[in-house]
Design a protein around this ligand. Structure first.
Ligand code: PGA
Length: 262
């Protein structure tokens, strides 16, 4: 895994945006896997800036979001559909027919999950999957105990996740209890993954994810089995890493960000 440590959260987000932008420039038809949450907002802001000021072109890009709350209509302000429009899609030239999120109101959920998987395959697979990490180590809504081979499915949210996301809903009681999420196996099928983690509250979790044993109790640990993962952390999130100095040494003098060591 490539581990990049930046001074602060904004620099980490900007570095992530630059990696995404470089892919879109190199491959205008790129398929991006996208994430929601507090962490990637500044990354999306930088991508919007690159679109508006440097003509970064999203017109042929296809996107698949990781997850969506079950039972929330798209129009709900906290649906991930609304989030993505509010923070990203409304400000770039993406073709909305190429934008995909799981449908939290699907009548036939198993079928909707299968269709989502099939749509990813039909699009040629995900070139780059942007990921955050939950305080319990989840990627997407793959809560502790999720199969590391799981595919898109309904997943019940853990107490920690409901508590963490209560800030968006005003109360824990208002947070939906279930989600549709890409599985860990779906995420591992992406050709590359970009894990963006900021803040001291994530330091212990990301240490386990990067340096701990692979376990379904922290589903981000499964990324250790993927050959092309870049983790971008700010100093606060990196503060518990046992091999922090090694990661800094590995990155020093790396002028070409595409040439990296898994
Ligand atoms: P956060 O969420 O960015 O709001 O901390 C991350 C996640 O749950 O994946």
């Amino acid at each position: 895994m490539r581990v990049i440590i930046r001074n602060d959260a904004a620099s980490a987000c900007i570095s992530a945006a630059r990696i995404i932008a470089a892919l879109v420039k190199r491959k205008p038809t790129a398929v991006l896997g996208l994430a929601t949450g507090g962490t990637p907002v500044v990354c999306y802001q930088e991508l919007i800036r690159l679109h508006q000021q440097e003509s970064l072109d999203f017109s042929q890009v296809t996107t698949f979001n990781l997850d969506e709350y079950l039972g929330l209509p798209r129009e709900h302000s906290e649906s991930f559909y609304s989030f993505m429009h509010r923070h990203f899609f409304d400000y770039i030239n993406i073709d909305l027919s190429r934008v995909n999120l799981p449908d939290g109101l699907a009548a036939d959920l198993p079928n909707a999950c299968d269709q989502y998987e099939q749509k990813i395959v039909a699009a040629g697979g995900i070139d780059l999957q942007l990921l955050g990490i939950g305080s319990n180590g989840h990627i997407g809504f793959n809560e502790p105990g999720s199969s590391l081979a799981s595919r898109t499915r309904v997943k019940t949210l853990c107490t920690e996740t409901i508590r963490d996301n209560a800030r968006f809903f005003g109360s824990e009681a208002a947070v939906p209890k279930r989600s549709i999420t890409m599985g860990v196996g779906t995420i591992l099928d992406a050709r590359s993954c970009l894990l963006l983690v900021t803040g001291a509250n994530k330091a212990a979790t990301i240490r386990s994810a990067i340096e701990g044993p692979i376990t379904s109790q922290n589903t981000a640990t499964a990324l250790q089995m993927h050959p092309a993962v870049t983790a971008i952390l700010d100093e606060a999130a990196a503060s518990w890493l046992g091999r922090r100095d090694y990661y800094l040494q590995s990155e020093s003098g790396m002028s070409n960000p595409d040439h990296w060591q898994a």
